[in-house]
Design a protein around this ligand. Structure first.
Ligand code: NAD
Length: 249
């Protein structure tokens, strides 16, 4: 049975060539959206196109305002009405005590995680104003608590919550909804790297730190990229039509 129902709607997923973004892109494709994905990694984009030839891809660094403007010129001209921006791009940044955080690492983390979301929302807003739609920002549970030794990342994700709440109020009258998802630990190579670096920084075993991370969740488990994708799809769907300004853990 073909469950594709949104055939005229376009979605752009940033950093969608791998990880959570890829799962989101595939979930929207499965729901019948016209899916655009940008990413830094040309090889991973080519692999995505091999697996899902209907997805349109572009090599774009979201921290580069000119590149983002060019990306949106292309997406705007493509068939379909622009319905959803998923600001998924985000780097882990350094794991280090504050006195060891390099200026460049601080700036780079904010440039990708926060400036990139701003450049994309700025370009998406006129497209969304035409027919309504929504912006989904992939924040983190690091946006809900303090996170020692992850200062740039935590600050960038708390910034995304202010960004979400402000844009929800600013764009709400135009029928545009803005929400944030705040995943805890998502299974995959990225969280494995974070745990290894955290364990090294604190002189603990990887297994001990992994258990600590799992205990941060009420269900004592990591979520999957597909869980996040399902929530993004729900927020974009008519079932989520009255949800805006929320940061969903
Ligand atoms: P990931 O590290 O697997 O990277 C996904 C993609 O981002 C890669 O394909 C990479 O090429 C791309 N990318 C990196 N910098 C980019 C840039 N400047 N412009 C465009 N693309 C870029 O990421 P992930 O684990 O899938 O995380 C996705 C989002 O979810 C991030 O915002 C992350 O902070 C957030 N998040 C992840 C977890 C987790 O446990 N993985 C938990 C909470 C929140």
């Amino acid at each position: 049975m073909d469950n594709r129902v949104f055939t005229d709607r376009k979605v752009l997923v940033t950093a969608g060539a791998s990880g959570i973004g890829r799962a989101i892109a595939l979930a929207f494709l499965d729901a019948g959206y016209r899916v655009h994905v940008c990413d830094l990694d040309a090889g991973a984009l080519a692999e995505l196109r091999r697996d899902a030839p209907d997805i349109m891809t572009a090599v774009t660094d979201v921290s580069d305002p000119e590149a983002v403007a060019e990306l949106f010129r292309v997406v705007a001209l493509a068939p379909g009405r622009f319905d959803v921006l998923v600001n998924n791009a985000g780097i882990a940044g350094p794991t280090a005590p504050v006195e060891e955080v390099e200026t460049e690492a601080w700036r780079q983390t904010l440039a990708v995680n926060l400036d990139g979301a701003f450049y994309c929302a700025r370009a998406a807003s006129p497209l969304l104003k035409a027919d309504g739609g929504s912006i989904i920002n992939i924040a983190s549970n690091a946006a809900l608590f303090g996170f020692p030794n992850r200062l740039p990342y935590t600050v960038s994700k708390w910034g995304l919550i202010g960004f979400t709440k402000t844009l929800a109020m600013e764009l709400g009258p135009e029928g545009i909804r803005v929400n944030a998802l705040c995943p805890g630990s998502v299974s995959g190579p990225r969280i494995d790297g974070v745990i290894e670096r955290d364990a090294g920084e604190r002189g603990l075993t990887v297994e001990k730190v992994r258990q600590e991370y799992a205990r941060q969740s009420s269900m004592r488990s990591f979520v999957s990229a597909d869980d996040i994708a399902a929530m993004a799809l729900f927020l974009a769907s008519d079932a989520g039509a009255k949800i805006s300004g929320q940061a969903i853990a």
